[in-house]
Write a protein that binds this ligand. Structure first.
Ligand code: GLA
Length: 721
């Protein structure tokens, strides 16, 4: 068997080509120097189909063998990665190996986000499979980043027939495992409670989850982990799969009749039917795979590094982002320019570096029933032009940012009067509304152009250094009003391409602009979006205690630098809970830090705490942004204390964060152990003369004081002596 081996520093990924041209998946895991085709076994399995060219050999069946990119149509009844339909309505294909090429550097994908290999070595391997009879050619692309221990996958599907084909399913990748007990770590949620971690054993049959909402969604995240034999934070084998895509996706995990596991991830095949004319190609989004033999923390750290330096782009990839204040929870939609200036003035005085003007500055946007689509400044409401307001903010030494929601429209807007056909709406049916708004057809160039023109005119009119790009409803009825448009099975994907195009144009025109993603909080928190927006508003839930759970779940697949996190007012607007400002600050510092309240409304003592928080955040920023992140508790399981720590790459510095979740009278003492330090290092604690050994901090831990009241927080900073 011809073997294809992909190697990273610590992992091996191996495929084999059978004599009849099937591309089998042989192995992915800890680095190995061995041809793994010895793992394959051949038995005559009851009811297993055999390819015609296997002749009389009843032991060769695609229904049993591990495959690299399983297709429907060759005798494999398990989850397929690809399926096509020809013009006569015939489904399926039988892909066989045709060619292999290898080259230096990492491939990119037209119109889609992809990992890039700046400053590190990378290789691209392409494997071409084809079925001439079905008229399909599939090029599997592999990007290998050896230093990062990451392998990316994507596929290019070409119509090599003389008639139109329809792609019914096209996953980014699939992985087969011959054996093992696996758990899935899946990140589910809802608006204001995104990415909660859930762990369950893979069962027989198919477990699947995904999104059909036009966005990656609050409900399920396109990142998951497969953990073997009970792997935990520090031990055991685990695999991560992250899809760089922000639209409808699906993830399937199947345990078959022989206890073999198959996982597949890619665009959701529901409401997807992508027509390809002869010669046309389709690019799947990219999936980034990683493996850790040392547990979940190491796996997360691979993704943190990957996303921070090889997915996020722009000046703010490495530069500290300004500490911002956003007026949303301070005023909601109801504000004047003077109020914004007042909020900014107090914030600037305490050290905040940027004022962000949220929803309500444009069109006739005085409530959420109107205005979306009209990206002209409401000067009446602001009492001035945007340029004047932004100048006033800048004169305080602050930067200025603006909220937009380009993909949406209210019927009550001039844009709707002018271009009702720009909206997703099925003729003859009343539309389904969400937050009183409808969705613009971003699959159409002229729509993206029109919105881009409006928004760039505003940005050009004032000094704007930051944009919060929001998206506040799911997409349900897709219909493109372009005359003669036939294939609505491709709109959901073309819509996502339109959003990416919009963002790419923003980046090209305003290379210094910081863009924060948002979709009702974290409804579009995925590695695809992070290619355009290096941070995303993590959740509309700003309650410090609930945020701990959300940020814990988010940290499995995404770096702290990507997490927009703010201190807000109490009682918290989402839960009514009261926590002190120190606790809110400690929690918000596990992210790209900011405020979301009117600082004029807090006490002098709290103002002093805000001043200190900003100084601390600036001091610890590099450790938080670039350091290794360790989860020290599991929400739901550890009910007394939540804890996490950041450790610098060289282990010379650590920041331990602890929040008490409960309070008891005369309670036992909790000791929290740090992670990632040098066992034989000596560390001193900031503000104390005490010296600790790394092994004491990691193996015994530090006692957390017993104090009155729950939701107290501690931050301890250790530096190596
Ligand atoms: C969404 C965002 C909020 C805020 C509002 C404005 O809900 O997540 O932060 O910007 O929209 O309408």
């Amino acid at each position: 068997m011809e073997i294809i081996s992909l190697q990273t520093k610590n992992t091996t990924y191996q495929m084999g080509i059978t004599s009849n041209g099937f591309l089998l998946h042989l192995y992915y895991g800890k680095k190995i120097d061995c041809h793994m085709d010895y793992l394959l076994t051949f038995y005559d399995r009851g009811f297993a189909l055999n390819p015609y060219d296997a002749g009389k050999d009843r032991t060769f069946s695609m229904d049993v063998l591990p495959q690299e990119y399983p297709c429907y149509g060759n005798g494999d009844f398990r989850t397929a990665a690809v399926n096509v339909r020809n013009s006569r309505g015939v489904y399926g294909c039988d892909l066989r190996f045709r060619a292999l090429t290898k080259g230096q550097g990492k491939y990119q994908i037209p119109g889609l986000p992809a990992v890039y290999a700046e400053g590190c070595q990378a290789e691209t391997v392409e494997i071409v499979l084809e079925d001439r009879a079905a008229g399909v050619e599939v090029t599997l692309k592999y990007g290998i980043l050896p230093e990062l221990d990451v392998i990316t996958r994507s596929a290019v599907i070409r119509n090599i027939s003389t008639e139109e084909l329809v792609i019914e399913k096209a996953y980014s990748g699939s992985l087969d495992f011959l054996q093992g007990d696996y758990d899935v770590l899946h990140f589910f949620g809802r608006h204001t409670m995104e990415r909660s971690m859930e762990r369950y054993a893979v069962l027989h049959g198919i477990q699947s989850y995904g999104s059909k909402r036009g966005m990656s969604s609050h409900q399920h995240n396109p990142f998951f982990i497969l953990a073997k034999d009970g792997a935990d934070e520090e031990h055991g084998s685990c695999y991560g799969v992250s899809l760089l895509y922000s639209g409808n996706f699906n993830c399937e995990i199947e345990k078959d009749q022989f206890e073999q596991i198959r996982i597949g991830i890619g665009i959701n095949d529901e409401m997807f039917a992508y027509p390809l004319k002869p010669g046309e190609v389709f690019y799947t989004p990219e999936a980034a795979l990683a493996y850790s033999a040392e547990g979940l923390a190491a796996l997360s750290q691979i993704y943190h590094r990957l996303i921070r330096y090889h997915i996020c782009r722009g000046v703010y990839r490495e530069v500290r982002r300004p500490v911002l204040i956003n007026n949303w929870e301070a005023t909601y939609i109801d504000f004047t320019g003077e109020q914004i200036v007042d909020i900014a003035k107090q914030a600037a005085e305490l050290g905040v570096e940027m004022m962000v003007l949220d929803d309500g500055w444009f069109g006739d946007r005085n409530d959420d029933c109107r205005g979306l689509g009209d990206w002209t400044v409401n000067e009446k409401k602001l009492g001035s032009s945007l340029a004047v307001l932004s100048d006033r903010i800048h004169s305080m030494g602050m930067k200025f940012g603006l909220w937009i929601e380009p993909e949406m429209i209210n019927e009550n807007s001039s844009l709707y009067q002018k271009h009702p056909d720009w909206v997703f709406m099925i003729p003859g049916r009343l539309p389904v509304r969400g937050r009183h708004q409808l969705v613009l057809d971003f699959s159409r160039k002229e729509v993206v152009n029109g919105i881009f023109r409006q928004i760039s005119r505003v940005i050009d009119s004032a000094q704007v250094e930051y944009i919060k790009m929001d998206m506040n409803r799911g997409i349900h009825e897709v219909y493109s009003a372009v005359e003669g448009y036939q294939n609505h099975g491709k709109i959901m994907h073309e819509y996502v391409l339109g959003v990416y195009d919009f963002l790419e144009r923003m980046i090209a025109r305003y290379p210094k602009l910081l863009i924060e993603g948002c979709a009702g909080g974290g409804g579009r928190f995925d590695a695809g979006m992070l290619y355009y927006t290096p941070q995303i508003w993590c959740s509309d839930n700003t309650d410090a205690i609930e945020r701990i759970r959300i940020q814990h779940g988010t940290s499995f697949g995404y770096p702290i630098s990507a997490v927009g996190s703010h201190v807000s007012a109490v009682p918290n607007h989402q839960t009514g809970r009261v926590t002190d400002i120190h606790t809110r600050g400690v929690v918000a510092m596990a992210g790209s830090f900011g405020y979301e309240l009117d600082l004029n409304q807090i006490s002098d003592e709290e103002k002093e705490e805000v001043r200190k928080q900003i100084q601390d955040y600036k001091k610890y920023w590099s450790l938080i942004h670039n350091g290794k992140y360790y989860r020290l508790h599991t929400p739901g399981k550890d009910t007394e204390m939540a804890a996490w720590n950041f450790t610098s790459e060289d282990k010379s510095e650590a920041l331990l964060n602890v929040v008490s979740l409960d309070t008891h009278c005369n309670s036992p003492v909790t000791y929290i152990k740090c992670k990632g330090l040098k066992a034989d290092g000596k560390y001193c604690e900031e503000g104390s003369s005490r010296i600790y050994s790394g092994s004491a901090l990691m193996e015994i831990g530090v006692p957390i004081p017993i104090v009155m009241g729950e939701y107290r927080a501690w931050q301890m900073h250790f530096t190596e002596k």
